[in-house]
Ligand binder design. Structure first.
Ligand code: ADP
Ligand code: MG
Length: 241
């Protein structure tokens, strides 16, 4: 198991945003994590990365118990994530934003810059490296998030609604990008509301509702599960590739 979270609870006061979640991800897998707004998906990501300490439970990554490690230490072990609300430094250039990720493995600015250029090319932001991040639109920001994460040369990448707000064409391009990233040997956990994205990328899906897992299985299994339809999908039709 590359990622192994056991019995994770995250409480804010008396409210449990994540309530006894156990999710594991094998190396090379693409796991989809879905559920309605407020289900605890982002909070669960925060517990995996260490952006929030767990209330109880354990998180291990690449064989190490990382439950008490700060985010930087988990990133150093190879865990990277994007944020639902892009963590962009507005006045800095696209290149400098991506360098933030690259500095983790390349303390020399020159090497970090080279790494940042390489990942920006890979995500299709090559022509925009000198542009201030503030002038990027939604698709550019989403790609910059992915570039910053990739620049840290991760083993696993957690994508938190990295395709929200994109047009259908941009979503299709982003799916191809994620496939390329995965093809390069990176394990992926993807939170996304666009079911076509989950269906075309994920081999397994876990469904959260009110902080708890209500279903798991293949995309086909969970999208036809009555409990998932009731809690999340409603009458939405999900097309299977
Ligand atoms: P999702 O990503 O599935 O939409 P979140 O993990 O963002 O859900 O939120 C789960 C629940 O936890 C929501 O009810 C949200 O309001 C609550 N929550 C998230 N972060 C905090 C926080 N820092 N303090 C208090 N409540 C929070
Ligand atoms: Mg969220």
């Amino acid at each position: 198991m590359l990622i192994d979270a056991r019995n994770v609870v995250k409480a804010f006061g008396a409210f449990k945003a994540v309530d006894d979640a156990s999710v594991s991800v094998e190396e090379g897998d693409i796991l989809g994590l879905i559920g309605p707004n407020g289900a605890g998906k982002s909070t669960f990501f925060n517990c995996l990365t260490g952006d929030l300490p767990v209330t109880s439970g354990t998180v291990s990554f690449a064989g190490a118990d990382v439950t008490r490690l700060p985010p930087e230490a988990r990133a150093a072990l190879g865990l990277a994530r994007t944020f639902q609300v892009p963590l962009t430094f507005e006045s800095m250039s696209v290149l400098d934003n991506a360098m933030i990720g690259a500095l983790l493995r390349h303390p020399q600015a020159r090497d970090a810059r080279a790494k940042a250029r390489e990942v920006l090319e890979r995500v299709g932001l090559g022509p925009l490296i000198d542009t201030p991040a503030r002038s990027l639109g939604t698709p550019g920001r989403k790609r910059l998030e992915i570039a910053r994460a990739l620049a840290s040369e991760p083993k696993a990448l957690l994508l938190d609604e990295a395709m929200a707000g994109l047009t259908p064409t941009e979503v299709r391009d982003a799916i191809e990008l994620v496939k390329r990233v995965h093809g390069g040997g990176i394990t992926i956990v993807i939170v996304e509301h666009i079911m076509e994205v989950i269906v075309s990328l994920a081999s397994r899906v876990v469904v959260f509702h009110q902080g708890r897992e209500i279903a798991r299985g293949t995309p086909r299994e969970v999208t036809s599960d009555p409990a998932v339809i009731e809690a999340y999908l409603g009458r939405r039709k999900v097309r299977h590739a």
